[in-house]
Design a protein around this ligand. Sequence first.
Ligand SMILES: [Zn+2]
Length: 398
Amino acid sequence: MMEFLFLLLPLAAATGWYSGRRSRGSEPQSRDHNPVYFKGLNLLLNEQPDKAIDVFIQLLEVDSETVETHLALGNLFRRRGEVDRAIRIHQNLIARPTLTKEQRAQALLELGQDYLRAGLFDRAEGLFDELVVQKLFQVEASRNLHFIYQQERDWEKCLLMAQRLESLGEPSLRVERAHYFCEQAQKARGTRDEGLAESLLKKALAADKNSVRATMLLGQLAMEQGDITVAYRHFARVESQDPNFIGEVIAPLSECSNRIGNRQVFRELLRHNAEKQGNVDAAMALADMVRIEQGDKAATEWMIHFLSNHPSLRGLEHLLSIHLKDAADEPAELLPILKELIARMLETSYGYRCGQCGFLARRLHWQCPGCKTWSSIKPVSFSDCQAPRGNGLIVDEI
Ligand SMILES: [Zn+2]
């Protein structure tokens, strides 16, 4: 609070002196004689800095010399979370007829950001729209509109805004555009419009050929339509798009594989991901297959072989569960306790992490709830992901 007063005090004094001089013609008026300045000073001395700031702002006349100061002040207030005060300063600025077109646009942009911060999206949207129409601060205004439409889940407008930003020279938003098509496709799927959903998902893949989400949704659509061979092909493509996500498609791949009878192909896919990528989900699924086909001993041996190269808590828990079933008649005393302990440790671990901000999650989010980046959260499959204590990371508890 005090830093504002240090900024305002000399400015207000100068303005008070200047306005006094203007009102009295050539006879200068000392700042001590300006009653408003004196009132502000009095409030300050009485330790009422809030009121003092308002008085000094009132004193600070808007002219070409002080517009920048008003903008800087408003910006500071907003950044400190004093949004009401920032709004008052910027509204006051816009009401002045003496501003140049550029200055007014700058004030509109700042006021829009104040509204955004205050959660008044409708008002903010109106101001940013005005700037876009005027072709002033187009990139900043479009970025803010892009943010607003995402919050409002208006995917059609998000797509338009992403295209506009790209045409204005902003970095590619192809990953985001793919997610907007996926969002629309999920909506279409909800209303049983499979044809529309499919065409939207193809658009998603045209925007981002590595969109795991679009491929998974295409697989789900094909399964719903009973086209299991096509579904398998879609789910299997995830491996080439991003091997981190293979664990997400193992269950549907296994189901498809059972129904179309291509167990050998599926087994090779699992082996490749387990051995080459060190993916524990693939290793556990392969262990389950081996157990059914060759028995508990072979499955145990496979898990021990995998864990010796890629140690992991989840893998160890799986090994113990196979071994405990194997030794059901006389389990070693320690083993059930060990398994219980590992299971409890796993309960407090997180399977997904945001590569941008470190957000930890128990389930897959396509948009990070922490930093709002799309496709930044990935399964942490190569090592176990335990929430570090007391480092301030945000985690989802869903
Ligand atoms: Zn994040």
